[in-house]
Ligand binder design. Structure first.
Ligand SMILES: Cc1ncc(COP(=O)(O)O)c(C=O)c1O
Length: 366
């Protein structure tokens, strides 16, 4: 049977998303007792105890479907952010909200502009959806080239995705840059700003986009509980936009797209939002420490506003990451992101994990 002929254009040419190797797989393959994963920008701190007990309690209810409208979660988050509940849409990770956006907006022949050196899911999702991706290079400082992205917009452009701060570079665009960009984009084009790492940012000129929603109805913000809130395994993300836009998006999502345990966990995270600053400070301390240590080892370190760090070296990143793997440290080589042969992204771990990474690098480089 010729299955290939059944698929829509774009599917056959798209490679599946390739995540970092799971710890157990590396342990099994290499016979290692201890493996440290610094590859998927997860929070190395586990979920909060209050989140764990809320989920344990909720597990007794999983014979029931979850609330299809995420009513309590929507209400809590709307109060926290001071937005109208109708401005919110939740997804099985912010990944799903992104997928909903592209599916809802783009018809054959139309396109989506994003940065070529950004979150790998953008080209993958666009690839399977009428091959609608239109990638634009970063600027010389590894930042989104917003003027070039605005210039790439044509009559067929439906959506622009701006990742701020950007994965995998950790760089960010300033408030002024982003506002000039919004002013230069036609209002019929939706601008989705992916703020998966929003909470980690400490730069003062980083744009606060929530207040911008009032002036730019074509703006949509994407955020997640996967990173600072340590819920990557439960998959809860959300979009914030104009209520009339969001109400159309709701039509295209699955009825029960955020499961019962995930809704419960996200609500518990909101109830414990006061834990966020401590988490941010601990990440920043380790990020700064890693930047100094990696710099001392001769890496070119790209300044980061996130929970990961991009470094460049003269050696082949593929070989370096393999050598690290054999020492029980998983990091991500960045050739799939088109950032050159020597580029590696290292997620920030706990102090002992970061120290183990630096020690392993010292041994490899010497
Ligand atoms: C820029 C960016 N956006 C979105 C996501 C996905 O987040 P979620 O777990 O909410 O789907 C990630 C995850 O790594 C990311 O780096």
């Amino acid at each position: 049977m010729d299955f290939e002929s059944l698929f829509r254009p774009g599917i056959l040419g798209t490679r599946p998303y390739s995540p970092g190797k799971p710890v157990e797989e590396v342990q099994r393959e290499l016979g290692l007792d201890q493996v440290i994963k610094l590859a998927s920008n997860e929070n190395p701190e586990g979920p909060l105890p209050a989140v764990v007990s809320a989920v344990q309690e909720a597990v007794l209810e999983v014979n029931r479907y979850p609330d299809a409208t995420c009513f309590r979660l929507t209400d809590k988050l709307a109060s926290l952010l001071s937005v109208d509940p109708q401005q919110l849409i939740f997804g099985n990770g912010s990944n799903e909200v992104l997928d909903i956006l592209i599916r809802a907006l783009v018809s054959p022949g139309e396109n989506v502009v994003f940065s070529e050196h950004s979150f790998i899911v953008y080209p993958l999702t666009c690839g399977v959806h009428f091959e609608c991706g239109r990638p634009v290079s970063l600027d010389a400082d590894d930042k989104h080239d917003l003027p070039a992205m605005a210039a790439a917009v044509d009559d067929q452009t439906k959506l622009i995705i701006v990742c701020n701060p950007n994965n995998p570079t950790g760089t960010y665009n300033t408030r002024q840059e982003f506002e000039s960009f919004l002013d230069s984009v036609p209002s019929r084009v939706i601008v989705a700003i992916d703020e998966a790492y929003y909470e980690y940012v400490t730069a003062e000129d980083y744009p606060q986009t929530l207040p911008m929603l009032a002036d730019y109805p074509n703006l949509m913000i994407l955020r997640t509980f996967s990173k600072i809130h340590s819920l990557a395994g439960l998959r809860v993300g959300y979009g914030i936009g104009h209520p009339d836009f969001i109400s159309q998006l709701h039509k295209t999502r699955e009825p029960f797209n955020v499961n019962l345990l995930s809704q419960t966990a996200a609500i518990a995270c909101i109830d414990n939002w006061h834990e966020v600053p401590g988490r941010v400070a601990r990440n920043k301390e380790q990020l700064d420490w890693m930047a100094v240590e990696l710099g001392a080892l001769g890496f070119e370190v790209v300044p980061s506003q996130t929970n990961f760090i991009l470094v460049r070296c003269d050696t082949d990143a593929g070989k370096l990451t393999q050598d690290l793997l054999h020492k029980g440290i998983i990091v991500r080589p960045m050739h799939a992101f088109g950032l050159g042969e020597g580029a590696v992204r290292i997620s920030i771990g706990l102090r002992a994990e970061n120290e183990a990474c630096i020690e392993a690098l010292k041994k490899i480089l010497n």
